[in-house]
Design a protein around this ligand. Structure first.
Ligand code: NAD
Ligand code: TYD
Length: 335
């Protein structure tokens, strides 16, 4: 395969590139990434000399550049996005630009250059919020109900992908996954922020009552799911990718991390809630299991241990991030 990976210097994209180059050394990957605050080429230093890998710094909103790159590949794997809900609340503009317009540009280019597959990475957040006491789960038939600028922009991009599939027969697939965690995650999301804060001797901010529920997916398990979708997935289909079979409230997630790191609960700090905070996400990933034979390889606790270990061993990586622009963001977000 010849792949154009967008957003490959970000958290999931870089994990995907490392996974793919190792498993399919004969495939070629072009990584198109703008290198926003979230893009980090350090994640890919070990691939720099690989003749089958190349990096292009650029914006997915640049049609000319995207056309040039798309003319030479057969598959687009589209990760590039503004991805953090809290930042979308502070400033929605880049979310609208990259997530909606950027996806449109990629779709136009994919159509023009007749790519064999356009795979779009999306999120379970586009389906809104479940009540805490409900045992319902999102599935492939759930109606869209996005509630934050981030999820609204991702929902728009999903709709555009489906519109291009229906109207122009573009061969697309979509995956809606739950909250990822693992190596190379920018320390602004709950688990990466919690582990790095604890390693620095800081407290972990818990929004509101801490009873909010997310589904958690280890990034390596996500990469395996994407591999199956790209090789065996059916064109036109949407696949849900999740990690858990139980509800684990945020407070409990942080408690587990504290315990694994030998710390007590005095490290929890309850802070003001996120506006419009979605109560609960839960995802039914049985279609991935039934149709493609996928299931997450790691239990939540195993994956947490691996992630903690990675952040322990790679302190330079996140300390460099935390000493830069991040400081200003942290102050704005947490005071
Ligand atoms: P990330 O924020 O870590 O990385 C995003 C990458 O996209 C960065 O490298 C950034 O430089 C690049 N980028 C941003 N704007 C760009 C532009 N205009 N042109 C080119 N590159 C640009 O994000 P992530 O956590 O790796 O998420 C990847 C994808 O997965 C996103 O589409 C996100 O919506 C989706 N997703 C993420 C999660 C999660 O838990 N992280 C969950 C569900 C879905
Ligand atoms: P986050 O990692 O931002 O992912 P998302 O909002 O996309 O689900 O947040 C996960 C959950 O953790 C969410 O309920 C908000 C909560 N949270 C905190 O309690 N404290 C924090 O500092 C952060 C970043 C998130």
């Amino acid at each position: 395969m010849k792949l154009l990976v967008t957003g490959g210097a970000g958290f999931i994209g870089s994990n995907f590139i490392l996974y793919w180059l190792k498993k399919y050394p004969q495939d070629k990957i072009i990584n198109l990434d703008k290198l926003t605050y979230a893009g980090n080429l350090e994640n890919l230093v070990n691939s720099e000399k690989n003749p089958n890998y190349s990096f292009v710094q650029g914006d997915i909103c640049n049609l000319q550049l995207v056309n040039q790159l798309t003319s030479n590949i057969d598959t687009i794997v589209h990760f590039a996005a503004e991805s953090h809900v809290d930042r979308s609340i502070l400033d929605p503009a880049p979310f609208i630009k990259t997530n909606i317009e950027g996806t449109y540009i990629l779709l136009e280019s994919a159509l023009k250059n007749k790519v064999a597959r356009f795979h779009h990475i999306s999120t379970d957040e586009v389906f809104g919020a479940l009540p805490l006491d409900s045992s319902d789960k999102f599935n492939e038939d759930t109606k869209y109900d996005p509630r934050s600028p981030y999820s609204a922009s991702k929902a728009s991009s999903d709709h555009l992908v489906r519109a291009y599939a229906t109207t122009y027969n573009l061969p697309t697939t979509i995956s809606n996954c739950s909250n990822n965690f693992g190596p190379y995650q920018f320390p602004e999301k709950l688990i990466s922020l919690a582990i790095s804060n604890i390693l620095e001797g800081m407290k972990v901010p818990v929004y509101g009552d801490g009873l909010y529920v997310r589904d958690w997916l280890y990034v390596e398990d996500h990469c395996e799911a994407l591999d199956l979708i790209l090789h065996k997935g059916k064109v036109g289909e949407t696949y849900f990718v999740g990690g858990l079979n139980e509800d684990i409230p945020n407070k409990e997630v942080i408690r587990r991390i504290l315990k694994m790191m030998g710390k007590d609960e005095s490290h929890l700090q309850f802070v003001k809630d996120r506006p419009g905070h979605d109560r609960k996400y839960a995802i039914d990933w049985s279609k991935m299991k039934r149709d493609l034979g996928w299931k997450p390889r790691h239990s939540f606790d195993e994956a947490l241990e691996k992630t903690i270990d990675w952040y322990r061993k790679n302190q330079d990586w996140w300390k460099r991030i935390k000493s830069g622009e991040y400081k200003k963001y942290y102050k704005t977000q947490y005071g």
